[in-house]
Ligand binder design. Structure first.
Ligand code: GLP
Length: 240
């Protein structure tokens, strides 16, 4: 694991954005794995600014998002499809058919299979962006998820529903299930970047980096990945 610690969140987001811009410049047909939550928002804003200023070309990339809430269609403002369109895709002029987000409505079993197949058809993910849940989840792979898992439906834990209630009008509005790329699907990415900041992420970062590799701490599996870089601020790194 490589670890980079930044003194300001500004510098942190710029560094993550620069890493993605460099990847797309080196290979304009890159397959990028993307995430949602509040962590990547400012990183995405940096990508949008760079695109507007420097015209970085995203027209040939493919993107795969980690997850989606079950029961929310892409037009729901809290769906991850809506989030990605609003904060990133529409600003980068990526042909929408090249942006992949699991569909959280309809036949979910079929959707899981289809999603895995689509990733394979594009040759796998070159560079995967991850955030970190306060309980150590990556994507929506909650503690206890098998390290062998591929895209699947998961029941969200109480703490995740509570943590994500801030995006909804109330806790009752948060879907109780999600469709998520599995831990093995994430580990198959050729390179991984994990972005975490703030004191709430200090304990899960400590456990992911220095703790035992165990399914009760999903992010700990990253210790086994050959090319993973953690981009942290000083608070998130404070227990290392
Ligand atoms: C959600 C997402 C994760 C994300 C996590 C952290 O649960 N499914 O992919 O990493 O939230 O969220 P935040 O970045 O808002 O702390």
């Amino acid at each position: 694991m490589q670890i980079q610690i930044f003194q300001s969140r500004e510098a942190l987001h710029r560094a993550v954005a620069d890493r993605f811009i460099a990847a797309v410049k080196a290979n304009p047909q890159s397959v990028l794995g993307l995430s949602t939550g509040s962590s990547p928002l400012e990183t995405y804003a940096n990508l949008v600014r760079d695109h507007q200023r420097n015209g970085t070309d995203y027209s040939k990339i493919h993107t795969f998002n980690l997850d989606e809430y079950v029961g929310l269609s892409g037009s729901h403002p809290q769906s991850y499809r809506y989030f990605m369109n609003a904060h990133l895709f529409r600003h980068l002029n990526i042909p929408i058919a090249q942006t992949h987000v699991p569909t959280g409505v309809g036949d979910l079993e079929k959707e899981c299979e289809r999603y895995e197949k689509e990733i394979l058809e594009q040759g796998g993910i070159d560079l995967q962006l991850l955030g970190l849940g306060t309980n150590g989840h990556i994507g929506f792979n909650e503690p206890g998820t098998s390290f062998d898992s591929r895209t699947h439906v998961i029941s969200l834990l109480k703490e995740t529903i509570e943590a994500n209630a801030r995006f909804f009008s109330g806790k009752e509005e948060v879907p109780t299930k999600a469709i998520t790329m599995g831990i093995q699907s994430i580990m198959d990415a050729r390179q991984i970047v994990l972005l975490a900041y703030g004191s709430k992420k200090a304990a899960p970062i400590r456990d992911a980096v220095n703790g035992p590799i165990t399914e009760t701490m999903p992010a700990s599996i990253l210790q086994n990945h050959p090319d993973v870089t953690l981009y942290l601020d000083e608070e998130a790194a404070s227990l290392l």
